[in-house]
Design a protein around this ligand. Structure first.
Ligand SMILES: NC(=O)c1ccc[n+]([C@@H]2O[C@H](COP(=O)([O-])OP(=O)(O)OC[C@H]3O[C@@H](n4cnc5c(N)ncnc54)[C@H](OP(=O)(O)O)[C@@H]3O)[C@@H](O)[C@H]2O)c1
Length: 327
C-alpha cells in the first residue's frame, strides 16, 4: 500500500474508500463494502456524520478488527456537519461519530464545509437556509479552536479542512495553532484545481481527492447540463483500453501518481478491488500523465448551491474565484 507522510510524521494510505451513498446506496450496502474493501486490502475509510451510516460502518469496523486488523493499521476519517460549527457542538459531534464508529480516536476529523449553513439531507438545490451566512473568518476560527481541542484531547490525531479556497486557507494558516494536515477537495481529470492543489502541498497539507472518478452516480441535484464525464473522455478511454481496465481505474491511477489521495466509492468488489490494484500497480508513463494533465475542463461537479446566503448569487460566489472572500 502506497502511503502519504503527513507533517506529523504519520502515514496515511494513499487511497481510501468513500462512504457517501449518494442518497441511493443504503447504509448496510456501504457497511458491506467497507468490510469487503478491508478484505482486499483497503485501510483508509472516508466517513462523515451527514452520510447517515456511521453506526453501520462502526459495526463493520468492529468485525474488521475482530478479524485481526489492528486499529493502528486503519485510517478512519470523519467530518463535522454544517449545523455543528457552534462552540458547544464540535466536541459533542466528534464524540457522536466516535461512538457510532465504535472507535476511541479518529485519524482525521474535517470541517466538512467552511459555511455553517445547514440544509437537510436530500434537499433540492434551490433550498436555502433562512439563517445562511457567508464565510466569516472569526466564526470559523471559533470552530477551529474546538477542532484543535480535539487534538489536545486525543480524540482526533489530525484535523483537516474540506471545500476550502486559497483565500480562506491563507487566513486559517495565519491564525491556526494546529494547522490542517489534510484538505479534502474535489479532484478528477476534468477538475484538477492546479492552483489549490499546489497551494496545499506547498503548505505541507496533503490533498485528499473526492469524486475521483467524476462521481458518475451522484444525486440528480448535483447534475447540470454543462457537466462533463471523465470516464468518457477519449484520453481516459484510450489509456483504459491499453491497460484493459475500466476508465475509472485510469482516474485512480492518475490521482495517486499525481500526488493526491483519492477516495473512490464503490460497492462492487470487482470495482473497488480494481481501484486498489490500479493505485498500487505500475505507474502510467510520463506521456500519458501529460495527456491527462491536458484534459482539465475546470468542471466542478459539487457546486454547493445550497450554501448561498443572498438572493441573486450563483454558486461561483462560494469559491472565491477572483481571490477575494465573498461577503
Ligand atoms: N468532502 C466533501 O464535501 C465530499 C463531497 C463528495 C464526496 N466526498 C467523498 O468522496 C467519496 C467519493 O465520491 P463519489 O462517491 O461522489 O464519487 P466517485 O468516487 O468519483 O464515483 C463513485 C461511483 O463510481 C463508480 N465506480 C467507482 N469505481 C469504479 C470502477 N472501478 N469501475 C466502474 N465504476 C466505478 C461507483 O459505482 P459502483 O458502486 O457501481 O462501482 C460509484 O457509483 C464519497 O463517497 C465521499 O466519501 C466528499
Amino acid at each position: 500500500m502506497k502511503t502519504r507522510r503527513l507533517y506529523t510524521g504519520a502515514l496515511m494510505p494513499a487511497i481510501g474508500l468513500g462512504t457517501f451513498g449518494s442518497d441511493h446506496v443504503s447504509a448496510d450496502e456501504i457497511a458491506e463494502a467497507v468490510k469487503g474493501a478491508a478484505e482486499v486490502g483497503y485501510r483508509h475509510f472516508d466517513c462523515a456524520s451527514v452520510y447517515g451510516n456511521e453506526d453501520r460502518i462502526g459495526g463493520a469496523l468492529r468485525e474488521i478488527m475482530r478479524g485481526g486488523v489492528r486499529r493502528a493499521d486503519l485510517w478512519i476519517a470523519s467530518k463535522l456537519w454544517n449545523d455543528k460549527h457552534g462552540e458547544d457542538d464540535v466536541i459533542a459531534s466528534c464524540r457522536k461519530s466516535l461512538d457510532d464508529l465504535q472507535l476511541d480516536y479518529l485519524d482525521a476529523y474535517f470541517v466538512h464545509w467552511p459555511f455553517p449553513n445547514y440544509h437537510p439531507p436530500h434537499c433540492d438545490v434551490q433550498s436555502r437556509s433562512p439563517n445562511a451566512m457567508p464565510y466569516i473568518h472569526e466564526n470559523f476560527m471559533r470552530t477551529w479552536r474546538k477542532m484543535e481541542e480535539l487534538v489536545d484531547l486525543g480524540l482526533a490525531r489530525h484535523i483537516g479542512t474540506s471545500n476550502m479556497t486559497i483565500p480562506k486557507l491563507r487566513l486559517l494558516l495565519r491564525d491556526a495553532r494546529i494547522k490542517p494536515a489534510v484538505n479534502e477537495m474535489e479532484l478528477h481529470p476534468h477538475f484538477q484545481q492546479p492552483e489549490l492543489f499546489a497551494y496545499v502541498r506547498a503548505n505541507g497539507i496533503e490533498p485528499i481527492g473526492y469524486c475521483p472518478v467524476g462521481s458518475p452516480n451522484r444525486p440528480e441535484r448535483d447534475r447540470t447540463p454543462q457537466d462533463t464525464v471523465d470516464i468518457e473522455d477519449p484520453v481516459i478511454v484510450k489509456i483504459a483500453e491499453r491497460l484493459g481496465v475500466h476508465p475509472a481505474v485510469v482516474c485512480i491511477k492518475w490521482a495517486v501518481q499525481r500526488g493526491q489521495t483519492p477516495i473512490p466509492l464503490s460497492t462492487k468488489r470487482r470495482n473497488y478491488e480494481a481501484n486498489l490494484r490500479g493505485a498500487t500497480g505500475d505507474p502510467l508513463p510520463a506521456q500519458e500523465m501529460r495527456e491527462i494533465a491536458g484534459i482539465d475542463r475546470n468542471c466542478r461537479l459539487i457546486k454547493g448551491q445550497v450554501f448561498l446566503w443572498k438572493q441573486g448569487q450563483t454558486w461561483e460566489d462560494l469559491w472565491d474565484l477572483d481571490g477575494a472572500i465573498r461577503t
